[in-house]
Design a protein around this ligand. Structure first.
Ligand code: CA
Ligand code: CA
Length: 120
């Protein structure tokens, strides 16, 4: 069983914000030379050769609030190992997210006769 590593970042964080470092050791004397990140939504994040994960595409709590990713680390000898990296997205309660609008009688949204569902 692999133990997952947990990180978190707030929604609406600036691109380039550091999410954290993956902690993994090579048990041989060959240092880790590369990391790869995969999983559903992994395109929102990038990992560099030091194991640092950074945000490269905006994350939205109301769209997806958790990312279950896997990192593969490869050492200079070509041996690789994997670790699960789970990233939770913090909710910014000041952003307004329109879930849906119900137009009851015509195609124009009106505050008097239509309903708008929002979350924050
Ligand atoms: Ca949002
Ligand atoms: Ca929010």
């Amino acid at each position: 069983m692999r133990i997952a590593q947990y990180h978190s970042i707030d929604e609406n964080a600036s691109l380039g914000t550091s999410v954290g470092f993956v902690s993994i050791q090579s048990i041989t004397d060959s240092a880790i030379v590369s990391f790869a990140l995969e999983g559903n939504g992994s395109e929102h994040f990038a990992i560099d050769a030091s194991g640092e994960i950074k945000l490269v595409a905006t994350v939205d709590y109301e769209t997806q609030n958790f990312y279950y990713l896997t990192t593969t680390a490869t050492n200079g000898a070509g041996t690789s190992n994997r670790v699960d990296v789970n990233i939770s997205i913090g909710n910014d309660s000041n952003d307004l997210y329109i879930q849906s609008a119900v137009l009851d009688d015509n195609a124009t949204l009106s505050t008097s006769d239509d309903r708008v569902f929002v979350s924050f």
